[in-house]
Design a protein. Structure first.
Length: 283
């Protein structure tokens, strides 16, 4: 699921990070794509793919494992049998709890990914003299400069994004599946309803938490050039100096990516889960 998500959405994610961190450099999504292609070539859209793959595979593995675990906790809290189907709202709450665990594996890999994606802009703006163009050089630089805890820059912002965001993510996904199932079992849905449901869930997540993600990207990328203020300090500085709309820079590529990538994520997740369950049942 995580692999499908990255392969589908990485170019749009790269545009998102660039536009969030350096909004003054790009007039819009088309301008960002054209300039990136001219300056770095096609490979520029896939900068940070390795840490993005690690991040998404790790995050979604932990997320979906903990989602099942948190569903059992929700069943215990509401006092129902462990095989009882939860409501869409209860599933959303379970997803929100699960995201807190996923954040711990996501934050370090996302920091490396964001820095690789915005490295060219950091050099152009003069914030750093020489960029680190490989995963290992970025990892080495973080360890040398800040130690192991340096990988957790932006952790509070990531938590602020993930916990409420995944409530809307799983809530939107389950609500959409209920709509398409219309009385039947959700497990009987075909690929198109699953794609649309995943896309709807992803769109709900990003609409709800986009300003928080914008602040997180700035903290993780700009901390390359020196110590950054925390979440509230960065948030207030952006609003005062650039206005509220700066918090929504890069929203368009994010929404395109959210629909496509999360549709692919849930489609791959549901079908791989069914395949594994069939294998288990055959034993």
């Amino acid at each position: 699921g995580g692999t499908a998500c990255v392969v589908t959405g990485q170019p749009f994610d790269t545009a998102k990070v660039k536009m969030q961190t350096f909004p003054e450099m790009y007039k819009g999504i088309v301008d960002c794509f054209v300039k990136t292609y001219k300056q770095v070539g096609f490979r520029g859209f896939y900068k940070g793919t390795t840490p993005a793959l690690v991040a998404n595979i790790a995050e979604n593995s932990v997320l979906f494992m903990c989602y099942g675990f948190c569903q059992q906790i929700v069943r215990r809290i509401v006092g129902v049998d462990r095989k009882t189907k939860l409501s869409d709202l209860q599933n959303a709450a379970a997803g929100s709890f699960a995201s807190a665990f996923a954040t711990l594996v996501l934050c370090p890999t996302e920091l490396v990914k964001c820095r690789l994606q915005a490295m060219h802009e950091m050099q152009l703006s003069g914030k750093i003299i020489q960029g680190h163009n490989t995963v290992w050089s970025v990892v080495k630089s973080v360890i040398q400069k800040d130690g192991p805890l340096g990988f957790y820059r932006g952790l509070s912002s990531t938590l602020l994004r993930e916990v409420p965001g995944y409530f809307f993510f799983f809530g939107g996904y389950e609500l959409s599946r209920t709509f398409f199932a219309s009385g039947r079992s959700k497990d009987e849905l075909g690929p198109i309803p699953l794609l649309l449901s995943g896309g709807f869930g992803g769109s709900c997540l990003w609409i709800a938490v986009y300003p928080v993600d914008c602040v997180k990207s700035r903290i993780q990328v700009l901390s390359m050039a020196g110590k950054q203020t925390g979440f509230m300090g960065t948030f207030v500085t952006v609003v005062r100096t650039e206005g509220v709309l700066a918090l929504y820079s890069g929203l368009k590529p994010t929404m395109i990516r959210a629909f496509l990538a999360n549709g692919a994520l849930f489609l791959a997740y549901e079908y791989s889960r069914k395949l594994m369950m069939q294998q288990i049942d055959s034993y």
